[in-house]
Design a protein around this ligand. Structure first.
Ligand code: CP
Length: 311
């Protein structure tokens, strides 16, 4: 039985295996094949206790492409509203013969907790400000598609790093793959202690953007901040929002990324989000193949096995 809980715990070879399996699934999807039989007979439950658009739909599509039965849990119509705990909810889903749970939850460490109390694989779809492993995997998959090998490539992650699970997972993935990572933003949201994760910390946007091969933007997560010493959205935009002028500081062949949801006019202006340099929607599309690979491998699938189309 395998789980995907964090990127931090993965070895480089395991990341490579997931990316190679995702590339194989991507080739199958590119052939317009509707389904492969890999997970026929398995039931996957998407247990999303925080809002999501991209992650939930792409996990659902990934499961369907693998021929699994997939059930998406509606938290607002569930017995969690009557006080049922995460543990009881998940154990009941297991008792209903689910074969795997994909969990999104506001509490950091909740996927690890479920992995200890359940007997089925658990996949982390984002836990608090801790990790979002499949987002980082689809991000590095997209970077490689555009840039090739990431060794020595300069990746700038700009925005609310402190509260970002996407930033943490990407830092782990990118440093393991040999990229040169700089995190940038206001000092309250980009503290120097992140240097212990093997990245450069900068509060000078122009200098950081000048030699970037990738600029990854992050949303300001006011829902997690809770206290007032962080900049307001207006202050953030005026200092760090990626507008036309600031985007001109970036090399013409650099790519612009964002995990979504984007807040147009806050961390990114529309003319940058919709420009040819933006790969934001390609990230979303790649999420399906990457999540197919994760579900397949967590279910015990062999990466080298031929993926035979059934329809
Ligand atoms: N990138 C991401 O996790 O988006 P959702 O919250 O919409 O799933």
């Amino acid at each position: 039985r395998k789980h995907l809980l964090t990127i931090e715990e993965l070895k480089r070879a395991e990341i490579e295996q997931i990316l190679a399996t995702a590339a194989a699934f991507r080739r199958v999807l590119d052939r317009k094949v509707k389904k492969v039989p890999a997970l026929r007979g398995k039931t996957i439950v998407n247990l999303f206790l925080e809002p999501s658009t991209r992650t939930r739909i792409s996990f659902e599509m990934a499961a369907k492409f693998l021929s699994a039965d997939v059930i998406s849990f509606d938290a607002s119509a569930s017995s969690t509203t009557k006080g049922e705990t995460l543990r009881d909810t998940a154990q009941n889903i297991q008792a209903l013969n689910a074969d795997m749970i994909v969990l999104r939850h506001a509490a950091s460490g909740s996927p690890l907790y479920l992995s200890k109390v359940l007997g089925i694989p658990v996949v982390n779809a984002g836990d608090g400000a801790h990790e979002h492993p499949t987002q980082a995997l689809l991000d590095v998959f997209t970077m490689r598609e555009k840039l090739g090998d990431l060794k020595g490539r300069k990746v700038v992650i700009l925005g609310d790093i402190l509260f970002s699970r996407v930033a943490r997972s990407n830092i782990h993935a990118l440093t393991k793959l040999g990229a040169d990572v700089t995190i940038v933003g206001p000092s309250t949201l980009v503290p120097h202690w992140f240097e212990s994760m093997g990245v450069r910390v900068s509060h000078n946007l122009r200098t950081a953007l000048a030699d970037a091969d990738v600029v990854m933007l992050l949303r300001i997560q006011h829902e997690r901040q809770g206290v007032s010493h962080f900049p307001s959205l207006g202050e953030y935009t005026s200092m760090f929002g990626l507008n036309y002028t600031r985007a001109s500081w970036v090399k013409p062949d650099a790519i612009i990324m964002h995990p979504g949801p984007i807040n147009r006019g806050v961390e990114i202006d529309s003319d940058i989000a919709d420009s040819p340099r933006s790969v934001i929607l390609q990230q979303v599309t790649n999420g399906i193949a990457v999540r197919m690979a994760v579900l397949y491998l967590c279910a015990g699938g062999q990466p080298e096995q031929v993926l035979t189309p059934v329809e």
